[in-house]
Design a protein around this ligand. Structure first.
Ligand SMILES: Cc1cc2nc3c(=O)[nH]c(=O)nc-3n(C[C@H](O)[C@H](O)[C@H](O)COP(=O)(O)OP(=O)(O)OC[C@H]3O[C@@H](n4cnc5c(N)ncnc54)[C@H](O)[C@@H]3O)c2cc1C
Length: 266
């Protein structure tokens, strides 16, 4: 196996061009990749480590948006006031994420590109209309997150591209994130969701209940029972080692009712 750690973006493009169609993997924190290899998945011929690329990490305000570098760690997101102030649901999704050791390695870019239906940052990113900047040797393209993630482990990334940053329009809406796991820490979500709301807006992002995150918008016109019905119709959970589909449906309904009843006064 070959290992590269480019220190400029041009180095990265040269290396990715040289390895061409070979079996290569981009490597950020490695917290999804290493356990996968430990479980016996075949190692790729080449690994390209993105950690030393300049400008791949960091959180900044750019005009009416916030730009989060793909290499920003979950711990950095958790500790950034700008995130807590404008995107509470995204902030909350980082607080029960893995452990401090995992959060210090795991990146937001890895959470997105891993495309797990249970990825904890994803419901908030969908609900806040995040867009992704993908970089290739000919320039950048910007893709809404719901067009980028195509299914479990599948994204629209092209050969030679990297996810450079996540762009989220600055928001003053209130929001919450809820995660149900099988234990208090180091747990993959059985169900998770983000609710974004203000007087004339209610959007929900739902995780671990379909092959990709489900985003429901325009829910402000409904009462709680109607919202729960919309949710139940939209999801298609499966049985797996963590929970049955039936349990996921029930748990989601109960947790959503609980959270919505704090927001929607009847
Ligand atoms: C013990 C443990 C606990 C965990 N707990 C949680 C949890 O609570 N919630 C949760 O959501 N996840 C959890 N995870 C999963 C994992 O930590 C996250 O998905 C994490 O965000 C992955 O980021 P990474 O930087 O480590 O990705 P990596 O493992 O480096 O990469 C993951 C995938 O993304 C691709 N990739 C990474 N960066 C880029 C980029 N910039 N451009 C293109 N492709 C890229 C890689 O090629 C790979 O396919 C846990 C994992 C472990 C081992």
């Amino acid at each position: 196996m070959k290992y590269f750690r480019p220190i400029t973006i041009n180095d990265y493009f040269t290396i990715s061009k040289d390895v061409g169609q070979q079996d290569f993997t981009l490597f950020a924190g490695g917290t999804d990749l290493i356990p996968r290899y430990e479980r016996g998945h075949k190692l790729p011929e080449t690994i390209i480590d993105l950690k030393k690329l300049p400008n791949i990490a960091g959180i900044k305000k750019v005009g009416d948006n916030i730009e989060i570098g793909a290499g920003t760690t979950i711990e950095e997101l958790k500790n950034k006031d700008l995130i807590k102030t404008h995107f509470n649901a995204l902030f909350q999704s980082t607080t029960d994420f893995g452990s401090v050791q995992i959060r210090n390695r795991a990146t937001i870019g890895g959470n997105i590109c891993n495309a797990s239906p249970a990825g904890d940052t994803l419901p908030a990113l969908y609900a806040f209309n995040a867009k992704l900047i993908l970089r290739n040797k000919n320039g950048d393209r910007t893709v809404p997150i719901d067009e980028f993630i195509l299914g479990p482990g599948k994204t629209a990334i092209k050969n030679g591209e990297i996810l450079q940053a996540v762009i989220i329009p600055l928001s003053n809406s209130k929001s919450i994130f809820y995660k149900l796991g099988l234990r208090e820490a180091m747990a993959i979500s059985v169900v998770n969701f983000a609710i974004i709301y203000e007087q004339t807006l209610l959007t929900i992002g739902l995780g671990a209940v379909a092959p990709t995150i489900i985003k429901l918008t325009g829910l402000e016109k409904y009462n709680i029972d109607q919202i729960l019905e919309e949710v139940d119709n939209a999801i298609s959970p499966i049985d797996d080692i963590r929970a049955t589909a039936h349990y996921r449906r029930k748990a989601l309904q109960n947790m959503l009712r609980f959270e919505l009843s704090k927001i929607i006064k009847t």
